[in-house]
Design a protein around this ligand. Structure first.
Ligand SMILES: Cc1ncc(COP(=O)(O)O)c(C=O)c1O
Length: 394
């Protein structure tokens, strides 16, 4: 890998993963690793899913790319499915390649439509790696610190008179970009009433709501999308990662109202691979498999079971601060112990035992995000090994 500039901020840990099937990755010595990170949240159906692979191969042989002025039916079909699962029938979709593009597209639409200087987002939301959404400059964004809400003793009695809301310059805000639960890898879920107030006040002031579902979408949290835990309907929904189950496709679903307004103004956004049929065929197949195999319900049920079992294991160890999660998006937060970092130790020891879970440098957090169709025996094996590793550290 000497000629590859590796992901900055991430160590290269295994250099030779040569194939993958379902939840399993194999290195060149045929050593097996169980992938409880689903790539980077990108393979909700596991690696090399036969239906997705066959669909993509068949589409590749038909046509992968059309061009700005020519369409293939796969794009129309995928859009219909996405509008169905997002609750935006009658709206329209755009397809791009990465999550960052899908968020930035929505942000550009919000800015153009609202014509106000600021957008609102929670201070710890991650909105992608390029454009206005990644920079979050002070003259473009109001970043809302909601740390008081995470420790609030009465979140269900949340009131817009609370001081958390008082400093928000709603009159200058054209949109709220809500990321329902990733919080830059920390897996924090803002309270429902708090988010509903933000949505309502933003709309009362003429703004729109965009959900960033790049990580929380496609069944990860036990619903199709993370916003569905909040009893709200966003105007714009950005999704990526799991949408292609490993093929890089992302999408932006927009309500009929947004589309109507966009058609009255000049809004220009174009990229070479916009609305390509290859990515769309993957997206459509992913949605179909999730529906056929009832994987949303499975994510909800299995997630609760894993969360309960992890909580039970962790309550015996005083170096674990908290276990939290929604669906199959689960985090274990550790307390720093003396001069050791338990998250790093647990990660390394699990890897030696053949389990990959997510760890981001600088955070005392490990994440468990298995595929939605993960084998329950693999879950059991993971929980047993996790418990043994914590015991060893103690
Ligand atoms: C919440 C969230 N939004 C946006 C992105 C950017 O997606 P991508 O890396 O596909 O550009 C990520 C990536 O991890 C993410 O976690």
């Amino acid at each position: 890998m000497e000629h590859v500039l590796w992901n900055i901020g991430h160590d290269l840990i295994i250099e030779d993963i040569v194939r993958a099937q379902g939840s399993y990755l194999y290195d060149s010595d045929d050593r097996r690793y169980i992938d409880f990170e689903s790539g980077v949240w990108c393979t909700p159906l596991g690696h090399s899913h036969p239906v997705i692979n066959q669909t993509v191969k068949a589409q590749l042989d038909r046509i992968s790319h059309t061009g700005y002025c020519y369409a293939h039916p796969a794009t129309k079909e995928a859009a219909k499915e996405i509008l169905n699962v997002t609750g935006l029938p009658g709206g329209k979709c755009v397809f791009l390649s990465s999550g960052s593009e899908a968020v930035e597209f929505g942000v550009q639409v919000l800015r153009k439509l609202a014509g106000k200087p600021l957008l609102l987002t929670l201070v710890d939301s991650f909105l992608g790696s390029y454009g206005s959404a990644s920079k979050k400059k002070a003259d473009e964004w109001h970043l809302l610190d909601w740390s008081l809400c995470s420790t609030c003793s009465q979140p269900e009695q949340c009131s817009p008179q609370c001081r958390v809301f008082l400093d928000i310059p709603f009159a200058k805000i054209g949109g709220f970009v809500f990321e329902p639960g990733n919080s830059s890898g920390q897996v924090r879920f803002p309270p429902e009433a708090f988010i509903k107030h933000l949505v309502e006040i933003t709309r009362c002031n003429g703004g729109f709501v965009q959900a960033n579902e790049i990580t929380t979408g496609i069944g990860r949290t036990g619903e199709w999308f993370g916003f569905q835990h909040y009893d709200i309907q966003p105007d714009i929904i950005s999704m990526g990662k799991g949408l292609g189950n490993g093929y890089p496709v992302s999408s932006i679903a927009m309500s009929p109202e947004i589309i109507g307004k966009l058609q009255q103004i000049s809004f220009y956004y174009s990229q070479s691979h916009i609305n390509d049929p290859l990515g769309c065929s993957a997206a459509r197949a992913v949605i179909a498999v999730i529906n056929q195999e009832k994987l949303i319900e499975r994510s909800k049920k299995l997630g609760k079971k894993i969360l309960n079992e992890l909580t039970e294991i962790c309550r015996h160890y005083n170096f674990v601060r908290e276990v939290r999660g929604r669906g199959l998006m689960i985090a274990i937060e550790f307390l720093p112990a003396h001069d050791i970092n338990p998250a790093a130790l647990v990660y390394r020891e699990l890897l030696n035992r053949g389990f990959i879970i997510a760890r981001r440098p600088g955070l005392n957090i490990l994440r468990v995000d298995p595929p939605l169709n993960v084998d329950e025996n693999d879950i059991k094996g993971f929980l047993d090994n996790f418990n043994q590793v914590l015991k060893g550290i103690e």
